[in-house]
Design a protein around this ligand. Structure first.
Ligand SMILES: [Zn+2]
Length: 559
């Protein structure tokens, strides 16, 4: 099956594409399921590494997941693109080759297959996340608007109803764009409209139109354990109450080598970083500095600006969003977690990035008009003229305006590949920034009487420390490096145990934040030695293991 990253794949197509890739690159790509969705769909994770240089769990890893929010399908395209790029460029592209020799990627292309499948139906249903009924378990609809594709054109647009009190009127330059009626009302002669999502009305009383929540009211990206709270919309019954999040948390936590995390979402065209609930001033300054250093490279590659969710995107600081994946990755795994919000329609149409309050105030009339005109060239059919429709409850209405799913929420097909492709370089950079354990010295010297001193010198040759973040250090999240000697009986080890704890090793990032001392020392190295009884010619195996930074093995023959 060929796929050019120019459309959204339904679940079966995606799974078959994944299996094709695995068959094509058996030494690089492995597929596993890590759980089942609410409706019983297998949840897939792809592991990408050069298995000839070690199994995936002996190398530090970078985690990517996508499409936890049902309609944010561009995230899946990005995850699949990265998977494909890594597999196809091993041995051709230096950074890919180095990354797959020394690191592992775990890629979950679709966290929430049930919700995504509904969004990709011929007559789509758009949910925030999964399809499970919540908080009401029976899935009933409360009176009011029930959003659906009532004219069967394959997308959910806007209905407009003439109303002298309406809050909207046509843009003077293009009737497909509706602009807000201000405090002084509409100019005379302008028709005012009430706007509604396309849909039917349950129990319509002829006058009021309540806006009940979709019966599938969960937000899986509020169901992670970090900061979980009952006041957050859609957060679920308790942390990890949803099978998709439970499975993901367990899958990531059991892969103890995860050193970096990136969740793919839409839209906005920016990269978000923790915290969603805390001010930067309460976080370790070192971690903010690292986020900024990583972010700079992200911006270089992708053009996406970096924002703290709390500092830059939270209007009301007393009402924060919690239980999100990136906060969980930072607070519970202690790794630098990102939420990439793909696609900024305003940027493509105007050359200027969306303002950070766009989630609250929406586009200006000028921005909306610019996007409308831009789609006429790049995504024809996104904005359509208003068409009369005989509504079952409202009578004559008009349906038209834009296809939000393929205009604002996601990149249109013609732009999908271009939008996601540079993000592979940020993923590679994050992977290569991880700590990595190597054995740099392994020897044995006879001290007489059949006794040898066996030494192992271990280094973290990565950029980050083996603990990754100051947060992880503060919260005691990461287990220490260990070194083990094998090939001798325990009773032949004269001084101590065969396996020892050696603490954490700094990465060379430490030398950058030492106030320009230019005097490094070796906080990235550690040496350990054992006194052992043995025989000349005997082979001793030395293993250095760190849950994050990988495993290294060396052999020594007693001389
Ligand atoms: Zn999202």
């Amino acid at each position: 099956m060929t796929y050019n990253f120019d459309r959204f794949l339904k679940y079966d197509e995606m799974v078959s594409w994944l299996h094709d890739l695995q068959k094509q690159f058996p030494g690089l790509v492995a597929l596993e399921t890590y759980g089942k969705s609410h409706k019983g769909r297998d949840l897939w994770i792809a592991t990408v590494t050069d298995t000839s240089t070690g199994t995936h769990n002996t190398k530090p890893a970078h985690w990517i997941d996508a499409n936890i929010h049902a309609t944010e399908a561009t995230g899946s395209v990005a995850a699949l693109f990265i998977l494909d790029f890594l597999a196809n460029n091993f041995g051709k592209h230096d950074q890919v080759t180095e990354a797959l020799r020394t690191r592992t990627f775990y890629i979950v292309p679709r966290v929430n297959p049930d919700g995504a499948e509904d969004a990709l139906l011929d007559r789509p249903l758009y949910h925030r996340s999964s399809v499970r009924s919540w908080p009401w378990r029976d899935g009933h609809r409360w009176p009011g608007l029930s959003v659906e594709d009532i004219d069967g054109d394959g997308t959910i647009r806007t209905m407009r109803v003439p109303d002298v009190d309406g809050a909207w009127m046509e843009h003077d330059e293009d009737s497909r764009v509706m602009v807000a009626v201000g405090p002084l009302g509409a100019p005379s002669g302008k028709t005012r409209y009430r706007l509604l999502d396309e849909g039917v009305l349950e129990n319509f009383d002829g006058f009021t139109i309540p806006m009940p929540r979709d019966p599938s009211g969960l937000d899986l990206n509020r169901n992670f354990p970090a900061g979980w709270g009952t006041t957050v919309l859609g957060s679920g019954d308790h942390p990890m109450s949803e099978p998709e999040v439970d499975a993901l948390v367990r899958a990531a936590r059991s892969r103890t080598n995860v050193c970096g995390y990136n969740a793919f979402h839409t839209a906005g065209g920016f990269m978000l970083r923790p915290s969603s609930t805390r001010a930067d001033s309460t976080l370790p300054p070192f971690d903010i500095w690292v986020f900024n250093e990583l972010g700079k490279v992200g911006v270089q590659h992708t053009g996406y600006p970096v924002h703290s969710v709390y500092e830059d995107l939270t209007w009301d600081k007393s009402d924060t969003m919690s239980g999100a994946g990136d906060d969980w990755a930072y607070e519970h795994l202690g790794v630098f977690g990102w939420t990439t919000e793909f696609w900024d329609a305003i940027y493509h149409a105007t050359g200027k990035h969306s303002p950070t309050d766009v989630w609250y105030v929406g586009p200006t009339p000028e921005q909306d008009l610019a996007v409308c005109k831009w789609t006429d060239t790049h995504a024809p059919g996104s904005y359509v003229a208003w068409k009369k429709f005989d509504h079952p409850q409202l009578g004559p209405v008009e349906i038209g305006g834009c296809d939000f799913f393929r205009t604002w929420t996601n990149a249109p097909p013609s732009k999908l590949r271009d939008e996601v492709k540079e993000h592979v370089h940020f993923a590679l950079f994050q992977a290569l920034a991880s700590p990595r354990i190597e054995i740099k010295l392994a020897d044995a010297q006879s001290v007489g009487d059949g006794v040898w001193r066996v030494r192992v010198g271990i280094a973290n040759t990565g950029w980050l420390s083996t603990e990754i973040s100051a947060w992880a250090h503060k919260h005691n999240i990461v287990l220490p490096l260990t070194a083990q000697i094998e090939g001798v009986d325990t009773s032949d080890i004269i001084d101590g145990a065969p396996r020892v704890k050696l603490g954490q090793l700094d990465g060379r990032v430490r030398f950058r934040v030492s106030g320009d001392a230019k005097s490094d020392g070796t906080p990235d190295r550690v040496m350990h030695s054992w006194l052992v009884r043995g025989k000349k010619g005997q082979t001793i195996t030395l293993t250095a293991t760190h849950q994050r930074a990988g495993t290294a093995v060396a052999s020594v023959v007693l001389p």
